[in-house]
Design a binder for this molecule. Structure first.
Ligand SMILES: [Zn+2]
Length: 336
């Protein structure tokens, strides 16, 4: 049987674009896009994606391992599954992207960017996801999930965390139980829509969706995947129908986004060290950033900074500011 990652990196689809083994059928839909269907009915349709940023290799290796297990019949398939390696040209060159960041383009926003291979690919991935969920619904697999796997550019106070769209589907008790079992240390709840892949799947298809951030970007073969075993086991349980791993970590921290720091001008400057970790915290009144005479200061008693990056293009997000949810607020989120 073929190796999904090797064929994708090589740009060489399998000789036959579809096939079957004892318990599943597979179809190579596109470069790095593989659909796997069990040969029995199921309720769940699951999309797993990685490599939307080409240099985020640990999740790509994890997804490839899960696919290899299924294709070698080392594990069973209990869901309709679409596996996506998002940006093969960037994966081949170990770069985040070649022209523009795909994870800002979904939900039709690719039309706002200068046309490139990435705008075209984002459009194709939207079409593949739509067709997949439509096929799954036609055979009764109506419970939808999407996990988009990433690694962060910089180090983090929390090595493993999830980002959830501002949609009720991503906050159900069963979804939160899955996230707890996946060994995440923190969850970040968005408060407004965005152009990420998981916002798209949540908004358009009502999938329970989450962006998983697993460690820091390293080249292929340099990752310590043992750090992400709980996440891998939880994904395996999701697609094979096994029990979720027991959580062995302290209670998960919950944050919500209170502000997007948007870079408007070339003189935008973040007031943090170049190597500041994700989830670095600031106190009330601290200066976060300034540009063209404008100052951005902390407005809550304590705020946490995520994804600081002053090098983004003008008009894009240079960081997210978070506040921690109180226990009462977190309970309220579970109930909604
Ligand atoms: Zn990423």
């Amino acid at each position: 049987m073929f190796d999904f990652l090797s064929l994708t990196l090589g740009g060489t689809p399998p000789a036959e674009p579809h096939g079957q083994i004892a318990h599943l059928e597979w179809q190579w839909l596109d470069d790095g896009v593989l659909e796997l269907s069990p040969r029995r009915s199921c309720e769940r349709a699951v999309v797993l994606s990685a490599g939307i940023h080409g240099n985020e290799t640990a999740p790509i290796e994890i997804l490839n391992r899960l696919v290899s297990e299924l294709l070698s019949e080392g594990s069973v398939l209990a869901v309709r599954l679409l596996v996506i390696l998002g940006n093969p040209p960037a994966m081949r060159t170990n770069t985040r992207y070649l022209h523009s960041d795909m994870n800002r383009m979904f939900g039709g926003r690719h039309g706002l960017f200068i046309a490139s291979g990435e705008t075209e690919r984002a459009w194709h991935l939207e079409q593949h996801m739509a067709a997949f969920f439509q096929r799954a619904t036609a055979v009764g697999a109506t419970s939808r999930f999407h996990f988009d796997l990433h690694t962060a550019i910089r180090g983090s106070h929390y090595l493993r965390f999830g980002l959830l769209p501002s949609l009720p589907e991503s906050r159900t008790p069963s979804m939160l139980a899955w996230l707890e079992s996946a060994g995440l240390e923190a969850l970040v709840f968005h408060q407004s829509p965005g152009g990420t892949f998981t916002h798209f799947s949540g908004e358009v298809f009502h999938a329970a969706s989450c962006t998983l951030e697993l460690g820091k970007a390293l080249p292929f073969g340099s990752n310590d995947l043992s750090q992400f075993l709980a996440a891998e086991q939880a994904l395996r349980a999701l697609i094979s129908g096994g029990t979720l791993p027991e959580r062995s970590l302290p209670a998960i921290k919950r944050f919500r986004v209170v502000r997007d720091l948007i870079k408007h001008h070339n003189d935008f400057r973040l007031n943090v060290a170049e190597d500041a970790l994700n989830f670095t915290s600031f106190g009330y009144g601290d200066l976060l950033a300034e540009e063209s005479g404008q100052r951005y200061v902390v407005e809550h008693e304590r705020e946490w900074l995520l994804f600081p990056n002053a090098k983004v293009a003008n008009g894009l997000r240079a960081g997210l500011m978070l506040v921690e949810e109180s226990d009462r607020e977190a309970r309220g989120l579970i109930g909604c």
